[in-house]
Structures are given as C-alpha cells and as structure tokens.
Design a protein around this ligand. Structure first.
Ligand SMILES: Cc1cc2nc3c(=O)[nH]c(=O)nc-3n(C[C@H](O)[C@H](O)[C@H](O)COP(=O)(O)OP(=O)(O)OC[C@H]3O[C@@H](n4cnc5c(N)ncnc54)[C@H](O)[C@@H]3O)c2cc1C
Length: 490
C-alpha cells in the first residue's frame, strides 16, 4: 500500500477536533472536484482531506444544488467534462442511471442534451461518495468563520465550533450573493415581497400565478427566474430590467466544432482581439457555421488569450467588451431560449433597459419609476414582487466572507487588481499584500479568474483543480515542483 511521507515527521497538532493535511473551504463543484482528485491521486491516511461545506452534499454548490426541474445546464451534456481523463463520464452517467430517459425534455431537436442542473449535482454527489465512504475525505457541514495561522499551519474554525488544523488551505467559496442596486435595496430592505436571493426557489413558490414581477437583471440568472416561475404555472407579467439591455444569446443545436485560432500569436490589445473575432465570425459564416462556434473557440483558448494581454489591455477588455462578450459566451439552453422568445412575443415578458429613479412601497404593490433607454422616457410601473437576479457579485468576494476579510486585513491574501476575485499566481497560490505567494494557501475556481481568465465553466475548473492537486501532493511530500513525490510502500 502506498503511503505518503512527511519530509520531517511533523507531529499532528491535537486540537479539540483534530487536524488534517488539506482543508478545503467550500464544497461546490471546485472544492469537491479538488477533494476527489486529491483522494484518487494518492493513498492518504484517514480524514486527511477535510471539506467545509454547509450544504448537505458535495459537488453541487450554488449552480447545481437545486430541486427545480426548470433549471437546465447552459451547455450540452457532452461539454460538461467534469472528470479529468473521462470526458464522457457525465453523458454515460445520464444514460446508465436512467436520468436521460426520465427527462425527455432534456433532448432538443438536434439530438443535443441539455440536462437538468440538479442532475449534474446528483452526478457529482455520486462521484464524491467513494472517497467519503473510504474515510479519506471528511465533509464538515459547517460554514468557515475564521482561518488563522498556527505556526506553519492553518487553524480553520467552523460556525458550529469544529476546529481543524491543516497544512494546506484551499479557498473555494466562489460565488457571493447578488447585490441589489442601492436605491432599490434601501427602499425595499426587509419587504416580504423583495427576494434578494434568486436561488431560493422556495421563495419564488410564494408568487401567485397572476402577480406582476420585476426582475432586476436580464442575464442567465434572470431568465432562470422566468423559467422557474413559468414552470410553476405563473402567467403574470414579468419585466426583466438591466442597465444596458444586452440579453444572453441562445445556444444552437447540434455538435459544433470550435472555429478560429486566437493564439500563436495571441492578440496583444483588446481592439486587436475584437478585430480577429469579427474576422473569424465572418469567415465562419462564409463556411455556413454559426458565430457560436467562434465563441466556443474563444472559450477553449480563453486562458492563453487572457494571459497574453498586458494588464492595461485586460482592463480595457473588461471596461468595453466584457458585457457583450459575456452575452455571447454564456448562452441560454435551447429550452429556456424558446420559452423566453415565446414570452417576449406574447408580451408576458418585457425586457427594459435604463435606470431606476424611484421606488415606493405602496400598501399592496411596489411602485417603480424607470428611465427607459433609448429615449429616456420615464415609465411608472407597479409590481407585487421584486426579485434580484443580477448574478453573483464577485466584487464582494472577499468582503462578503468574514474569514477572507480577516486574511485580507492581515495581508495574507488580497483582491486581484481587476476586481474579479482573489489575487493568485499561475500555480493558484494566493498572493499576499507584499506581492509574494503565500505558501499553503490556494485559490480554486472562478475566484482565480483575474490570473487565469476563462475559469467559470466545469471543464476549466476541473483542469485547474487537477493542477492544484498535483502541486499540493508535491508540497505535502516535501517536493519542489518538478521533482517526484516521496512515497514508500507500507
Ligand atoms: C447559476 C449557475 C449556473 C451555471 N451553469 C453552468 C453550466 O451549465 N455549465 C458550466 O460549465 N458551468 C456552469 N456554471 C459555472 C460553474 O460551474 C460554476 O462557476 C461553479 O459552480 C463554480 O463552483 P465553485 O465550487 O467554485 O463555487 P460555488 O458553486 O459558489 O460553491 C462554493 C461553495 O462554498 C460554500 N461556502 C460558501 N461560503 C462558505 C464558508 N464560509 N465556509 C464553507 N463553505 C462555504 C457554498 O455553500 C458553496 O456550496 C454555472 C454557474 C452558476 C452560478
């Protein structure tokens, strides 16, 4: 049996609750994927990988921990390459588990499968079961409140008192809650018909079929809210409101090969990149291919493209191109796109862009004045409900988590310069206030986007976690990168 060896047999510090090699904070897709990859890459003693996750299961997180059958994956099942080395694992699972058969609505005309998000959550939970059963991975169902240095190690404290001392800590608490714009938040704070967390589908269930709903946001999260309401028989008027009125584009059916090359050499400016994308789209269309295939290539090459752009050009991209890019990159599954198109045609769903200039609580409705683009006309509208669906507020990634805010205060980590998440190097090690990587502290998942660029979808996160797992194994074995892990047989 293979066992890992410490460079110098460091005594395990005994606290009330024990110690472990790796503590992962957050057991959504990123945290679970990392725990699983660590567990299968080496032979660990019991409970050496601890995942703190308040949810009941590991692997689902915000995106896939839902019981709502109306919420679907926004990419084709074959693209949900969650398990490195097993690209078709999810598609096979859908077949073998009978899930595909039980969900005929997952198949669209072209034969493509857009499965339910809850089913992907179930798939991940099943994949997590063996390392949990073997006792290698321990799931502590608590929220981490505090992390402090304990000599060369870390002391991690959960909200129900569990305390673990770990050699290595991985931050994987990606998605903060959405944030309502100031005026609406101030006016409606505490209002019983103001839903600030759209993932609470139990709250959406209180909306009666004919009630009017104001949805703040017009992106994928907002249209998920529409799909969820309509599937519950809601027929009332919905207004989806955003500042710019850019709506997410639909997926196209069928298996598309990514088209276009944006690397070798990569663009070195944001306008240069835009020019190349336009040329690639024109070329694809001449060959009868949809623009979506070009955005699939952009996604595939996204990390190389991002890393080749100088800092100023990355900032320029975020300032001028990000919104348009995202509406083409993050697309609606065909089932949701069809529903949205139909609702817009029959006028039950209206997309509006502009600014909110007045919000008033009336006894039986919420009255909102909108300055509507493009004419600047003021519209007064009344709604029974307001739902915040602006998507996770990543600018609040550190501030919304007391444990991260404290690490930030101590200079152990810091926000990345673009405000996309937490600063880290290309080995995913957190960068401290002094500009140096903090040993033993890693950032997994979309919080590391400032460094990597494209790091939102499942395949990219799985690949990042594979790299982090490799690096952790080298670290706990006392190796520097590139040397072979020290192991012996026992
Ligand atoms: C609504 C939605 C739909 C998506 N759909 C797709 C898709 O179809 N295809 C695709 O490829 N990608 C999709 N994505 C993108 C993607 O898969 C996610 O970005 C991915 O879920 C990121 O996982 P994560 O574990 O990093 O973050 P999260 O899902 O945010 O997980 C973080 C976990 O940390 C826990 N946590 C938070 N604070 C603490 C704390 N203090 N202590 C302990 N635990 C804590 C939370 O409970 C949560 O479970 C979607 C994303 C979202 C938000």
């Amino acid at each position: 049996m293979l066992r890992m060896t410490l460079p110098s047999e460091r005594p395990m510090i005994s606290t009330g609750h024990g110690s472990c090699r790796v503590a992962i904070i957050g057991g959504g897709f990123a945290g679970a994927s990392l725990a699983r990859q660590l567990a299968i890459a080496e032979d660990w003693d019991d409970q050496q990988i601890t995942v703190f996750e308040p949810r009941a299961s590991l692997g689902a997180g915000l995106a896939y921990d839902t019981a709502d059958p109306a919420l679907r994956l926004n990419v084709e099942a074959s693209r949900m390459r969650a398990i490195p080395g097993e690209p078709d694992a999810f598609v096979r699972w859908l077949e073998l588990s009978g899930t595909k058969e039980a969900d005929p609505g997952s198949q669209v005309g072209s034969g493509s499968i857009y499965a339910r998000r809850s089913d992907f959550g179930r798939f991940m939970a099943e994949r997590m079961q063996p390392p949990l059963d073997r006792g290698i991975v321990r799931h502590v169902q608590e929220r981490v409140e505090k992390i402090t240095r304990s000599g060369p190690r870390w002391r991690v404290t959960g909200n129900r008192g569990t305390e673990i001392v770990a050699d290595i800590v991985v931050v994987a608490t990606s998605h903060p809650k959405p944030k309502a714009p100031g005026m609406i938040a101030q006016a409606l704070n505490g209002h019983p018909r103001f839903i600030t967390d759209p993932s609470r589908t139990d709250l959406l269930a209180h909306i009666s079929p004919d009630e009017r709903v104001f949805v703040l946001g017009a992106g994928l999260t907002a249209f998920d809210v529409v799909a969820s309401l309509r599937s519950r028989g809601h027929t009332g008027r919905i207004v989806a409101f955003s500042r710019y009125g850019l709506l997410p584009q639909p997926q196209v059916g069928g298996a598309l090969a990514p088209t276009g090359s944006f690397v070798n050499p990569s663009a070195t400016s944001a306008p240069g990149l835009l020019r190349r994308v336009r040329l690639a789209i024109a070329e694809a269309e001449r060959s009868g291919l949809p623009w979506q295939s070009v955005f699939d290539a952009l996604r595939q090459q996204g990390q190389t493209i991002w890393q080749a752009l100088p800092y100023q050009e990355q900032a320029r991209f975020l300032r001028h191109l990000r919104r348009r890019f995202e509406t083409h990159r993050y697309r609606m599954p065909p089932q949701v796109a069809d529903l949205i198109a139909q609702n817009m045609r029959n006028g039950s769903l209206i997309a509006r862009a502009g600014r909110i200039c007045r919000v008033e609580r009336a006894p039986d409705a919420i009255s909102i004045d909108l300055i509507v683009k493009p004419d600047g006309v003021v519209e007064r509208q009344s709604f029974e409900w307001v739902v915040v669906a602006t998507g996770p507020d990543h600018t609040a990634a550190i501030g919304s988590q007391p444990y991260l805010a404290e690490l930030d205060r101590q200079g152990i980590l810091k926000a990345d310069e673009h405000g996309l998440g937490i600063a880290c190097d290309r080995e995913s090690r957190a960068i401290g206030l002094d500009g140096h990587p903090t040993e033993g502290l890693f950032i997994a998942g979309p919080l590391a986007r400032g460094t990597f660029g494209e790091l939102t979808g499942v395949p990219e996160i799985a690949a990042q976690c594979e790299q982090i797992a490799r690096r952790i194994i080298e670290t706990v074995n006392g190796c520097r990168p590139g040397c072979r892990p020290m192991m012996h047989h026992s």
